[in-house]
Design a protein around this ligand. Structure first.
Ligand SMILES: Nc1ncnc2c1ncn2[C@@H]1O[C@H](COP(=O)(O)OP(=O)(O)OP(=O)(O)O)[C@@H](O)[C@H]1O
Ligand SMILES: [Mg+2]
Length: 360
C-alpha cells in the first residue's frame, strides 16, 4: 500500500471554489479525518480522489501512480483507481441480496466466480455479517446496512478507503460502538483511510490525524491532541471542543506570557499566543478549564450566573463577567447568583479579536 498525496488541489463548481489549493499527504496505513462545518469542501475533496468529480487543477497521486494531473490532462477512470468508498448516500442496491451487492463490484472487475465467492465470504466475515449473505437490504437494520456497505467497499481489497459520514444514520449509542469497531478493523487491515465527519468528538476518538477545514482550505493539520490543546487560530479553538473568548486589550507580551486588561479594568495573565498581536485580543479558554473559586485573587474575576444545566457528568453554567459571556463546565454546583472564577494562565491563549468566528 502507498501514501495518498494531494498537491495544490483546487475544485471549482462554476464560480464557487469548493476546494482551494489543498496540499496533503496521508501516509500508508494512516486514518486521517477531514473535519469541518457543512459546506467546507470535505465531500468534494473525497469525490475528487475517487474520481467522481473532476478537480480543476492540481495533482492526486497514490504513491507514484498519478490519478489526476490538471496540468497534464490526466484523469484515471473511477473504476481503475482501486479505491473503496462508503458514502452516506451511497446506499446498497435494494433489489440485490447482500451477496449480490458484494459480487457486483467484483464482476465489474472481471473477477471469476470461485474467487468472488472467497472474497465475499472474507469481506462479510470482516464486518461480522456472514450469516446475512442471502438477506435483502430492507431486511437489515441501519447499522447492518452500513456494515454491508463497508464490506462492499473492502471486497476488492482497495489500497485506499474513503468514508464520507458512514455512521451518520446510526443512533448515538450504536454510532459510538460502530466507530470503535471501524477503527479496529482499519488497524487490522492497515488500509490507508480518509474519513469525513463534521462530528468533532468522533474525529478526536478515531483519527491518527485530523485536517480541520473551513471554506475549502485546511486550517490546521495535526494529531487529535495537537488540534485540541494547541489550536492555531480562534476558528479551530472554537470548532474543536468549544472555547470562551474573553475580549480585552493587550498590555504586554513577555516570553510565553501576556498580560491583558478586560473591560472592567481587571488584568489577566494568559499564554502569549502566536504571530503579531496588538490592541484588541481575546483570551481563549475551554469551559472545563475555568475554575469556580471562593474568593477574589490573581487571575480571578467576578461573574454573575445567567443559567445552568445539569448534564449528568458535569454542571454547565452560562455566566456574564468582564470580557463577555463565559460557559463553565464544573463538577461543583454553583450555589449563588454571584461567583468568582479563575482563568488558569496555562489554560488560556491569546488570539486576535478579529479572528473569532462570528457565531462564537
Ligand atoms: N455539484 C455541485 N455544484 C455546485 N456547487 C456544489 C456542488 N457540490 C458541492 N457544491 C458546493 O461546494 C461547497 C462544498 O461542498 P461539500 O459537499 O464538499 O461540503 P461538505 O464539507 O461535504 O459539507 P457537509 O458537511 O454539509 O456534507 C459548498 O458550498 C457546496 O454548496
Ligand atoms: Mg459532505
Amino acid at each position: 500500500m502507498a501514501d495518498l498525496i494531494l498537491e495544490q488541489l483546487t475544485i471549482a463548481y462554476g464560480d464557487v471554489t469548493a476546494v482551494d489549493n489543498i496540499s496533503l499527504s496521508v501516509p500508508s496505513g494512516e486514518f486521517l479525518t477531514l473535519l469541518g462545518p457543512s459546506g467546507c469542501g470535505k465531500s468534494t475533496t473525497l469525490f475528487s480522489v475517487a474520481g467522481l468529480n473532476q478537480a480543476t487543477s492540481g495533482v492526486i497521486r497514490i504513491g507514484d501512480t498519478v490519478l489526476f494531473d490538471g496540468g497534464k490532462g490526466i484523469s484515471v477512470e473511477p473504476e481503475h483507481r482501486n479505491i473503496g468508498l462508503v458514502f452516506q448516500s451511497y446506499a446498497l442496491w435494494p433489489h440485490m441480496s447482500v451477496g449480490e451487492n458484494l459480487a457486483f463490484p467484483l464482476k465489474l472487475r472481471k473477477v471469476n466466480k470461485s474467487e468472488r465467492d472467497t472474497r465475499i465470504k472474507e469481506a462479510l466475515g470482516l464486518v461480522e455479517m456472514s450469516d446475512y449473505i442471502n438477506r435483502y437490504p430492507f431486511e437489515l437494520s441501519g447499522g447492518q446496512q452500513q456494515r454491508v456497505a463497508l464490506a462492499r467497499a473492502l471486497v476488492y481489497r482497495p489500497g485506499l478507503l474513503l468514508l464520507d459520514e458512514p455512521l451518520s444514520n446510526l443512533d448515538a449509542k450504536l454510532r459510538e460502538r460502530a466507530r470503535v469497531w471501524l477503527r479496529e478493523l482499519q488497524e487490522r487491515l492497515q488500509v490507508t483511510t480518509v474519513y469525513v465527519t463534521h462530528d468533532q468528538a468522533e474525529a478526536l476518538a478515531v483519527s491518527d490525524r485530523i485536517a480541520v477545514m473551513s471554506e475549502g482550505r485546511i486550517r490546521q493539520l495535526g494529531t487529535p491532541k495537537e488540534i485540541y490543546e494547541t489550536p492555531t487560530d480562534a476558528f479551530v479553538a472554537d470548532f474543536i471542543g468549544s472555547s470562551n473568548f474573553l475580549k480585552g486589550k493587550l498590555i504586554e507580551r513577555n516570553g510565553p506570557w501576556a498580560t491583558v486588561q478586560l473591560s472592567n479594568g481587571s488584568v489577566l495573565r494568559a499564554g502569549a499566543g502566536k504571530g503579531e498581536l496588538s490592541g484588541d485580543v481575546v483570551i481563549a479558554v475551554r469551559p472545563e478549564r475555568v475554575e469556580v473559586v471562593g474568593e477574589p485573587g490573581e487571575n480571578i474575576v467576578q461573574v454573575s450566573l445567567n443559567s445552568g444545566a445539569y448534564l449528568g457528568s458535569v454542571y454547565q453554567y452560562e455566566v456574564s463577567g468582564p470580557g463577555g459571556h463565559y460557559r463553565i463546565q464544573t463538577s461543583k454546583e454553583m450555589s449563588s447568583k454571584q461567583a468568582y472564577v479563575r482563568i488558569p494562565p496555562e489554560a488560556a491563549t491569546l488570539f486576535a479579536a478579529d479572528s473569532v468566528p462570528q457565531a462564537a
